[in-house]
Design a protein around this ligand. Sequence first.
Ligand code: GRF
Length: 208
Amino acid sequence: MGKLDLCVFASGRGSNFSALLEAIDDGRLKADVRLLVSNNPEAGALTLAKKYRIPAEIISRDSFSTRDQFVEKLLTTLNHYQVNFIVLAGYLKKIPKEVISDYRHHIVNIHPALLPAFGGKGMYGHHVHEAVLKAGCKVTGVTVHIIDEVYDHGPIVAQKCIPVENQDTPETLAARVLKYEHLMYWEVLQLFAEDRVQVRGQQVFIRV
Ligand code: GRF
């Protein structure tokens, strides 16, 4: 797909955003972050954007009287910054279907478990790791997937298995998983930058 002109969507602290910026800075990931979008004015990701002089927009459904106005704002903003690929990095809202359809197969998400297990509404942050421990799983992991209209669903591009240890708490597990998220997300994006990702139905094939 040539160069990735990214918009990153983030609602929170932005550690994945930070890891991507570092990968771009040291040349591992060939991409430009043209824009950060957040729904949350308190997001740590906004501070990072400022530090890296990346334009940031706070676009929240609550600030618009109609859904259509909100969607229109998102689409015109993405267009204005000439974004060709969207990266969700801890974005806690659903992406409107109009955006998904304009950027079909060009929006990815990172999830801190092995989808399709432990995903869906309410499965974010510590809830995911609590559920994994409660279920007695011996492994968990990271999933990077292309999004579709269903929450935490869509063609899986990459997964990494991570062991659950006897003494794990939601916090220790979260920390172990997050470390791999940071190692993995840029690598997967680089596959898109190199045009090596082919989607057929729910399956993704990586060209060697
Ligand atoms: C990560 O665990 C990611 O998998 C999930 O949200 C969390 C975001 O963390 N989608 P951060 O804001 O990138 O630190």
